[in-house]
Write a protein that binds this ligand. Structure first.
Ligand code: AMP
Length: 277
């Protein structure tokens, strides 16, 4: 496994690679959710590249960029165990050198849901992913369904800018009680960790109501809200039932609608989603 920190070194290595390259961009502090992406990339490509980069431009000024958990040594051991070929771990100046001044602006999709709560977030995401794609030049890139809107935004960018690669979506990996795995789960204290299971419970409730024939989106949102508000540490940012392509809110629920939410548990903001089936 080669570990590289500079764009120049990565480009040099890439020049020598033959066969399809699968790429998994991450912010590190890896868990099983990340490793499932790496495993799928490993199964489908001759070579696997993983990036570990906590991207400052996708964090708001009051967000957790500085506190974001980091453990590069452990990450590298895990990636080695999965048969990763190349790990790209650049310092910030390698991605954003002094004078860097070009951005990938995300339109309508980037202003909804997460983008409404976190202005500029998807501009940061799209810019870093475009930059990483240009350096890694993958044949396939793997993204988790956990960050459903990110996946939609990246697919749109790849189509709009004719980026020559396939975007592969990987299902969300969950803890035993349904909590979606996330590096940010480490912020939760034991009591909050218990209460955090309510996100998935609310998604399961939405699926059950839909399965029983409920089609009024507002009724489902309301019942989810009531369930979540029973947890004393929970503070809802948004609950959405939206078209999975346009992210427009629905009045009448339809198949494959995206049910998504952001909920603060104490000080920790968690997101999760399911697609109704
Ligand atoms: P992050 O390090 O949080 O930026 O995540 C890197 C990639 O891993 C993104 O494509 C995420 O959607 C994906 N990911 C994170 N958590 C999970 C999970 N629990 N299940 C599946 N994919 C995940």
């Amino acid at each position: 496994m080669k570990v590289v920190e500079t764009a120049a070194e990565l480009s040099r290595l890439r020049g020598k690679m033959t066969g399809p390259v699968g790429f998994v961009p991450t912010m590190g502090y890896l868990h099983e959710g990340h490793l499932v992406l790496v495993r799928q990339a490993r199964a489908e490509n001759a070579l696997v590249a993983v990036s570990i980069f906590v991207n400052p431009t996708q964090f708001g000024p009051k967000e957790d960029f500085k506190q974001y958990p980091r453990d590069p040594e452990r990450d590298l051991a895990l990636l080695e165990g999965e048969g990763t070929d190349v790990v790209f771990m650049p310092p910030v100046e390698e991605i954003y050198p002094p004078g860097f001044d070009s951005w990938v602006e995300v339109g309508r999709l980037g202003r909804k849901l997460e983008g409404a709560s976190r202005p500029g977030h998807f501009r940061g995401v799209a810019t870093v992913v475009a930059r990483l794609f240009e350096l890694v030049r993958p044949d396939r890139a793997y993204f988790g369904q956990k960050d459903a809107q990110q996946l939609i935004v990246i697919r749109q960018m790849v189509a709009d800018l004719d980026m020559n690669l396939e975007v592969v979506a990987v299902p969300t990996v969950r803890e035993a009680d349904g909590l979606a795995m996330s590096s940010r789960n480490t912020y939760l204290n034991p009591e909050e960790r218990k209460q955090a299971a309510v996100l998935y419970q609310a998604l399961t409730l939405a699926q059950r109501l839909y399965g029983e024939g409920e089609r009024d989106a507002e009724t489902i949102r309301r019942q989810m809200t009531v369930l979540i508000q029973r947890q004393p540490s929970a503070d809802i940012d948004y609950i959405s039932i939206a078209d999975a392509e346009t992210l427009e809110e629905l009045d009448v629920v339809k198949p494959l609608a995206l049910v998504s939410m952001a909920v603060k548990i104490g000080k920790t903001r968690l997101i999760d989603n399911i697609v109704l089936g």
